[in-house]
Design a protein around this ligand. Structure first.
Ligand SMILES: Nc1ncnc2c1ncn2[C@@H]1O[C@H](COP(=O)(O)OP(=O)(O)OP(=O)(O)O)[C@@H](O)[C@H]1O
Ligand SMILES: [Mg+2]
Length: 242
């Protein structure tokens, strides 16, 4: 479904990604891990079109998407959450999710239709279990609720692939469980393909079926969690972290 083909991303003289290749099968749940600064979010930025790769190509359903704009890539069926939640603070909780429904794919609202977008938003707020007043502003939300909002907005685009960037970061134990259950539900009930960047390894390793590991922008391992967690290069990369 997704093919990362020799992707390099340079920032000045630094290669945040260096000749990275991997593929993601339809319906799979893949962890993308690596120490801080190893290029995980950069990979999501390249896939989602925030910026083009310096070299290499990205294919989605056999169509090249590298170089396409983020809105076009979202429309084709790739959604992302942001490592630092990015609610639009002047819009209500529901309106933030309505944006996803309006700009997404498939049965979601194509032309702006406030009532349908609202119905969609309510459905996704329920899906993620966000219990707060949908008409409130996101200014005072807890970390857990912000993550749920972030996921609801991405899911409201009805993506084929969800790129989830550290959805557990900053959460307490209960919130952590809830957030990881949302990903599992998206996978099991919606058949979504998920690539999940996460530092909370004991949760990630239990849920994903495959792990791709980056270190200094280089792919150093790609395999089943049990294999990868024993890989000497991977252990070294994490132990070498400051
Ligand atoms: N827009 C940018 N401009 C310049 N350098 C950048 C930019 N985005 C990322 N980098 C650099 O690229 C490298 C990879 O960063 P990236 O954010 O992809 O890492 P990461 O694996 O997501 O790390 P973390 O686990 O801390 O979120 C880092 O050295 C970072 O400073
Ligand atoms: Mg990151």
């Amino acid at each position: 479904m997704l093919e990362i083909n020799h992707v390099t991303k340079m920032f000045g003289g630094i290669s945040a990604l260096a000749d990275v290749s991997f593929t993601v099968e339809d319906g799979s749940f893949v962890g993308l891990i690596g120490p801080n600064g190893s290029g995980k979010t950069t990979m999501f930025n390249v896939i989602s079109g925030a910026f083009p790769p310096s070299q290499g190509r990205v294919f989605f359903d056999d169509q090249e998407i590298s170089g396409m704009k983020p809105n076009a890539i979202c429309h084709m069926g790739i959604a992302r959450t942001f490592q630092i939640p990015q609610p639009i603070k002047s819009l209500t909780v529901a309106e933030n999710v309505m944006l996803g429904a309006v700009f997404g794919v498939k049965q979601a609202v194509r032309r702006y239709d406030a009532r349908r977008a609202w119905d969609e938003a309510r459905q996704w707020l329920e899906f993620v279990g966000l219990k707060m007043d949908p008409d409130s502003l996101p200014g005072m939300m807890t970390a857990g609720d912000l993550r749920k909002l972030e996921m609801a907005r991405a899911l409201a685009t009805r993506p084929k692939i969800l790129l989830a960037d550290e959805v557990l970061s900053g959460l307490n134990r209960d919130e952590l469980k809830e957030a990881s259950q949302i990903l599992q539900k998206a996978r099991e009930q919606l058949g979504m393909t998920i690539i999940w960047v996460e530092h909370i390894m004991h949760v990630l390793m239990r849920l994903v079926e495959r792990v791709v590991v980056l270190n200094h922008g280089v792919l150093i391992a790609d395999g089943e969690p049990a294999e990868v967690s024993k890989d000497e290069g991977v252990i070294e990369a994490y132990l070498g972290q400051n």
